[in-house]
Design a protein around this ligand. Structure first.
Ligand code: ADE
Length: 220
């Protein structure tokens, strides 16, 4: 998979692509990530890509021309162009699974002061990572990349996500490691029993219990 991230703040992605699982996925060539600065497409002095809003109002607005030219510089026939904005469809694990099948994602990072409405005519989808306002689409772009890349074959072990939270609309079961007891808190006996059938049954029950307690909405 190839991912192009279009942003005003390319440096924000330096740590993201150079650490942990994402770094390994890039090294293994499971994914190729390109970070593109909108400013490269500015035709104005000082690489300006924003301007004051028509009709008045506070703040600066991302201009349509450099953003659309940035998109067109990388867009191919099989590209999916996604705009990150709080007005987008709520992002869910199901969507991560869907995007994992794409050959090429173009993630366009919006800016908190707004962007020219006409940019919307040049994207396939708009996605929000939650009902809160961030300063830009960069953190949402990282969240989407991370959640998609970890699902690509060979990036992490399949067992790691077969039973994780949101699969089958259930939260994950509780896990423990050594020591068996910490300040009076015990590891459940069943996990030490060696009885794999019983452990499987217990885990399923705990998943349902946890989901009922914490996220009843997932069960409906
Ligand atoms: N840009 C600012 N806030 C956002 C959000 N919650 N989701 C996606 N993009 C955003």
């Amino acid at each position: 998979m190839r991912i192009d991230i279009l942003t005003l703040f390319p440096k924000m992605f330096e740590g993201f692509v150079n650490e942990s699982i994402i770094k390994r996925a890039i090294e293994k060539k499971a994914v190729e990530i390109h970070i593109i600065n909108f400013r490269e497409f500015s035709k104005l002095n000082n690489s300006q890509v924003d301007d004051t809003p028509y009709g008045g109002g506070s703040g600066m607005v991302l201009m349509v021309e450099p953003i659309v030219e940035a998109i067109e510089s990388v867009k191919q026939e099989n590209s999916k162009v996604i705009l990150l904005t709080p007005q987008g469809s709520p992002y869910k694990q199901e969507k991560a699974k869907e995007l994992k099948e794409e050959k090429h994602l173009i993630l366009v990072c919006g800016h908190y002061e707004g962007f020219d409405e006409r940019i919307r005519s040049f994207v396939d989808e708009e996605v929000s990572i939650g009902d809160y306002i961030l300063t830009g689409g960069e953190i949402p772009a990282m969240a989407i990349c991370d959640s998609v890349i970890r699902l690509i074959d060979g990036v992490i072990k399949k067992e790691s996500y077969e039973e994780e939270s949101f699969t089958n609309n259930l939260l994950d079961y509780p896990t423990y490691t050594k020591p068996r007891e910490f300040r009076g808190l015990q590891v459940p006996d069943v996990l030490l029993s060696g009885d794999h059938e019983k452990i499987k049954e217990w885990r399923k029950k705990e998943q349902i219990k946890k989901t009922e307690e914490k996220r009843k909405d997932l069960l409906s």
